[in-house]
Each structure stands twice: as structure tokens, then as C-alpha cells.
Design a protein around this ligand. Structure first.
Ligand SMILES: Cc1cc2nc3c(=O)[nH]c(=O)nc-3n(C[C@H](O)[C@H](O)[C@H](O)COP(=O)(O)OP(=O)(O)OC[C@H]3O[C@@H](n4cnc5c(N)ncnc54)[C@H](O)[C@@H]3O)c2cc1C
Length: 385
């Protein structure tokens, strides 16, 4: 008789999505383990801001992690415009009938909150190790773990890979945007009013998200300019930002150190490995425009946990179960990829007729409630709404 796998589900990667999956499996009787390579303190140093949608808030509430995030900064209104062109649109939480369109947290805080919630769950074992390889067989997949005391193996009916795409468990389609996101916290003379600004420029979108008293900046631009922006003195950086953004929030007064993130679209196919599934950034890494990646990944985690919880233990990780999961995620994943990719490609240029058409599109979005409501729903709950 074949030996039983060590776990029903082994999660590779304790970023937000791996942790969310672990939390969503709590209390189900399913035996789960999670492997994370990074030391806890290095996760907290990740400076990227994350805009969580209202739909993600609902998932985090169900995972018991929202209470610790209630200080996240609400986004009450989103203002979208293009530099050097007419047309702009404002989306308001009242139009969506929601208390806020989203909430801004930093990645480190979110990861720390989920890690703490996960740590309270004794039913899921956490390994501090790096997965060095995966061995697949018909009835179980085995992860080879590099630990300080040597290599160990752990097998599972299903290996849920949420490693951000490092292991590449499936063929991946990569499309480099030739853009880099520069992040920083910035302040102006006035406290923020709960308004998020998305300003499209030919080099890439510039987002200013309300965060605590000031703003979190995600400035997408060419790799050369990004390098330059990171090296500038605070004063020179603020001057450049003022020039790029204009006067809509008054004069910029202060900026923290900057960090940079190269951007590419990466879409994994379902993968040829039985017993292995990719989710979160491992399944799709998106451009940060419109803040979709983590929100989409949370829905991956929630749907995978629901699929697993609703089937017999013997069914976990079977091709039939994975097929059902992929079918449930297909439209939302495809919609997220299409929405962000189209926005970036349509807006990151200075072609006059396109600029004009974009202006018309933005104006129409503001003037035609069904179009506006469609975008609001997409941003709040994903493509399946
Ligand atoms: C500048 C920027 C701004 C963004 N803003 C937003 C936003 O506003 N809203 C939004 O929804 N999304 C946003 N995103 C996207 C978001 O950051 C990602 O979608 C999200 O972090 C994906 O989470 P994840 O858990 O899948 O992967 P990750 O966050 O990459 O976590 C993967 C984890 O796996 C671990 N790991 C990797 N390899 C191994 C291994 N071999 N063994 C063990 N562990 C391993 C890593 O240490 C890590 O902890 C932004 C991205 C950027 C770059």
C-alpha cells in the first residue's frame, strides 16, 4: 500500500496569498503546512503600498485578519486623469454604495498581520525553509526543503505554490513593460482627504494613494528615470514630483527614501505538474496600475480553499479538483490581466489621436453611469463581480 502523504495541502510561500490560503483552510480538518524562506523581519521591510479593495476587506474579515487592519487608510474617491490631455473621471464610494472604495496599507503591515493570525493556528505547521525543488508523482507532490540543518522532504496531496513566481512551476508568458515603479511616502502642506489620484503619463501611470496623514506614491516610469529618481536628493525629487503631478494636492513637502520595482506581466499556464497549483503572483504577476494583483491573489486563495473544503479528502489535488478550480478562476484571472495590461498599453504613449480617444473615454466614463458602475464593480470584486 502506498504511504500517505505528510499533508493534505502544503503551501509554498508565506507572502500574503500563501498565508491567506492557510488561514482559509483553518478549522476544516485538512492537514496543512506552510514553507516560507524569508525571515519575518525582512518581510516587514517591504515598502510597497497596497490598495485593498472592498472585496478584499470582506475576505480578510472572514479570515479574522481585518480587525488588526482597521487603521488602514480609506479611499473615498478616485480621481483619474492623463497628463497633457483632456478628460478626467472621479469615482466616489457613494456611487458604489460602499463606505470606501478601498483601503491603503503597507505590504509589511499586511504580511505581519496575516503572519500573526496564522501563528495563532496550531493546526498548520510553519517551516522556515526554502523550497529548492518539487518532485511530482501521481498521488502526491514532494517539496525538497533547504533548512539550516540540511535537506528535508515534505509530501502533500496538493502543493499550493504562492511563491511570487520564483520556482516557476509552470510555463510562464512574460511581457516586459520596460517600466519601473518607484515608491515613497510623501507629504504635502495639507492632510490628505481620502482621495486617490491615478495620473497617466506617457512614461507610465503615477498613483498617489491616501496613506495615514500623507500619501503613498507609486510612480511608474522608464528604467533610466527610475534610477535617477531614486538617487535624487529629497528636495530635487519633490521638485520633479511636483512637475509631473501638478498642483492638485498643493505643494509637496517631504519624501521618504525611495524603492524601485521592475515591472513585467507574467502569466503562468495551468502547469503540466499533477498535484501542483500556482496562485497569487505565482499564477499572474500584474502591473500595479489600479492596484489589482494582491486583490486578485486573495480571491485565488479564497476560491482554492473553498474548492478544497467542499470536496472529500481523497479528492484533494486530483486533476478533477484542479480543473474545477481553474475553471472557477478563469474569467477573473483573465479579466485582471486584460484590464491592467490594456490600461498600461493604451495610456503609456504620447500618440495624439490616442490621447484624444482616451480623453473621450475618460469623459464618457464619468458621464455614463452603467460604464462607471462596471468599472467600480470590477475594481471592487473582480471580473466575476
Ligand atoms: C510597487 C507595487 C505596488 C503594488 N500595489 C498593489 C496594490 O495597490 N494592490 C494590489 O492588489 N496589489 C499591488 N501590488 C501587487 C502585490 O504586491 C502582489 O500581487 C502580491 O504581493 C502577491 O502576493 P504573493 O503572496 O502572491 O507573492 P509575494 O508577495 O511575492 O510573496 C511570495 C512569498 O514566497 C516566499 N518564497 C519565494 N520563493 C520561495 C521558496 N522557494 N521557498 C519558500 N518561500 C519562498 C517569499 O519569501 C515571499 O514571502 C503591487 C506591486 C508592486 C510591485
Amino acid at each position: 500500500m502506498a504511504a500517505q502523504p505528510d499533508y493534505d495541502v502544503l503551501i509554498v510561500g508565506g507572502g500574503p496569498i500563501g498565508l491567506a490560503l492557510g488561514l482559509a483552510l483553518r478549522g476544516s480538518g485538512i492537514s496543512a503546512g506552510l514553507v516560507e524562506a524569508r525571515a519575518a523581519h525582512s518581510v516587514h521591510a517591504d515598502p510597497r503600498p497596497i490598495a485593498l479593495s472592498h472585496g478584499s476587506r470582506l475576505i480578510l474579515e472572514r479570515l479574522g485578519a481585518w480587525e488588526q487592519l482597521v487603521t488602514a487608510t480609506p479611499i473615498r474617491r478616485i480621481h483619474v486623469s492623463q497628463r497633457g490631455g483632456f478628460g478626467r473621471v472621479e469615482l466616489d464610494c457613494m456611487q458604489a454604495g460602499l463606505p470606501a472604495l478601498g483601503y491603503v496599507v503597507d505590504y509589511g503591515r499586511l504580511a505581519a498581520t496575516l503572519t500573526a493570525a496564522f501563528g495563532r493556528d496550531v493546526s498548520c505547521r510553519r517551516f522556515s525553509a526554502t523550497v529548492a525543488g518539487i518532485e511530482n508523482a501521481a498521488l502526491a507532490a514532494t517539496a525538497v526543503l533547504e533548512t539550516p540543518s540540511g535537506r528535508v522532504r515534505a509530501s502533500a496531496r496538493l502543493l499550493a505554490v504562492a511563491d511570487g513566481g520564483m520556482l516557476q512551476v509552470a510555463a510562464v508568458r512574460v511581457s516586459d513593460y520596460g517600466q519601473v515603479a518607484v515608491t515613497a511616502r510623501v507629504t504635502t502642506g495639507l492632510p490628505q482627504q481620502g482621495i486617490a489620484f491615478e495620473r497617466f503619463t506617457p512614461a507610465g501611470p503615477l498613483a498617489l494613494l491616501p496613506f495615514e496623514e500623507g500619501y503613498a506614491l507609486v510612480w511608474t516610469t522608464t528604467p533610466d528615470e527610475a534610477r535617477n529618481l531614486c538617487e535624487l536628493s529629497e528636495e530635487a525629487f519633490l521638485e520633479r514630483l511636483q512637475h509631473a503631478f501638478g498642483q492638485r494636492v498643493g505643494a509637496f513637502r517631504g519624501a521618504t527614501a525611495r524603492a524601485s520595482f521592475p515591472l513585467a506581466l507574467r502569466v503562468a499556464d495551468r502547469g503540466a505538474h499533477p498535484r501542483t497549483v500556482a496562485l497569487g503572483n505565482a499564477a499572474q504577476t500584474l502591473h500595479p496600475v489600479a492596484g489589482q494583483g494582491l486583490n486578485l491573489g486573495l480571491r485565488d486563495a479564497w476560491e482554492l480553499a473553498t474548492t478544497i473544503r467542499n470536496t472529500e479528502r481523497g479528492e484533494i489535488g486530483t486533476p478533477r479538483q484542479l480543473q474545477a478550480y481553474h475553471a472557477r478562476r478563469r474569467i477573473d484571472r483573465g479579466g485582471g490581466v486584460w484590464f491592467t495590461d490594456t490600461l498600461v498599453r493604451l495610456f503609456s504613449n504620447d500618440i495624439a489621436p490616442l490621447r484624444f480617444a482616451r480623453g473621450l473615454g475618460l469623459a464618457a466614463l464619468g458621464a455614463v453611469p452603467p460604464a462607471r458602475d462596471f468599472v467600480l464593480r470590477r475594481m471592487t470584486f473582480g471580473t466575476r463581480g
